[in-house]
Design a protein around this ligand. Structure first.
Ligand SMILES: [Zn+2]
Length: 326
């Protein structure tokens, strides 16, 4: 009897771990966004970015990997707009200094700072282009792609980011990982050419406003679907290594995506064009340096070592900590 209880307990623990691991997915979309953004660039930039497309794809998720290893990083991925009242855009000043003066930096950091962080990354990327600093151009291009992708996710713009306030726990991973991973191969990612962005900060605010305006649908439609969908068909199990994982079923994911009129696809397409547009704008603002001069360059030994170390840390789980976008 005791033995049986032990087995049951072990199974329960494995099951709980599986549920937790599942919520930490979500890399597919970021990587696809950075990758496809390369194809929206003009010819003067395309060659350089295409040559490094695998770096930009792989490192699209670096900011998530370091979010709890680096102080202040976590706040860069989201903004809980509804913390600022019913009409947050009437309350929050767009400029960082004005917002700090009104709310204090601590408050802003606690509620997330993604639009301001996009502007900061834009500044860094523009400088990297000015200095023709090969490593920084790639690093900041990859990073800004990640933050722009995050800003397009409706659940990155609300305090109810995982449905925890409305008994929809797990909706974050469902919307941004499970749905695109199941259906994403059918998505149309050909977006056309990127554009110049006159005011990057204003554009970052426009992005989070669009996301925020969509967050009610993300939550409401799931609640509605859940109430009428046969409970025994809502979840399925998949094998991951030795572990069986409970996931939203394909049928449920497809029904949800249909209700949302392929919102995930639309937000990903928008992300792709915007990532390319921010890269392009930084390049223009830096004086359009000749990227051909950088061809044939490679990362320094020290940088390669550092990247290897980060990868090992990540694989060992030293960088994995639960967070906002669980
Ligand atoms: Zn993120």
């Amino acid at each position: 009897m005791k033995q049986l209880f032990k087995i049951f307990l072990l199974a329960l623990i494995i099951f709980m771990i599986a549920i937790y691991t599942l919520t930490a997915w979500g890399f597919w979309s970021h990587q696809r966004i950075n990758r496809m953004a390369v194809f929206a660039l003009p010819p003067e930039m395309f060659g350089f970015y295409k040559y490094h497309i695998d770096y930009l794809t792989t490192h699209a998720v670096d900011p998530d990997k370091r979010r709890y290893a680096v102080e202040g990083e976590a706040a860069c991925h989201f903004i809980d707009l509804d913390r600022y009242g019913k009409n947050p855009f009437d309350s929050i000043p767009q400029y960082w200094n004005d917002a700090v003066a009104k709310y204090t930096e601590d408050t802003l950091m606690a509620h997330g700072i993604v639009p301001w962080h996009i502007e900061k990354m834009m500044f860094r990327l523009t400088n990297a282009f000015k200095q023709k600093d090969f490593e920084k151009i790639l690093k900041y291009s990859g990073d800004i792609g990640h933050y722009i992708g995050d800003a397009h996710v409706p659940l990155h713009c609300t305090q109810n980011y995982n449905g925890q306030l409305t008994n929809q726990h797990g909706i974050h991973g469902f919307w941004e990982s499970r749905v695109p991973e199941l259906i994403g191969e059918e998505y149309d990612f050909i977006t056309g050419r990127c554009r110049y962005i006159k005011n990057p900060l204003k554009e970052a605010w426009r992005i989070v406003k669009d996301s925020y305006n969509a967050h009610d649908s993300v939550l409401d439609f799931e609640r509605e679907l859940s109430s009428k969908f046969p409970a025994d068909r809502k979840y399925s199990y998949i094998q991951k290594g030795n572990v069986m994982m409970k996931v939203h079923s394909e049928e449920y994911a497809k029904a949800y995506d249909k209700m949302l009129n392929s919102m995930a696809e639309r937000r990903m397409r928008e992300s792709i064009i915007l990532v390319a547009s921010f890269w392009y704008t930084a390049w223009i603002n830096s004086g359009q340096p000749d990227l051909g001069e950088l061809s044939g360059k490679d990362f320094s030994e020290a940088t390669i070592e550092q990247m290897k170390k980060e990868e090992i840390d990540w694989n060992n789980g030293t960088l994995k900590v639960k967070g906002h976008d669980e």
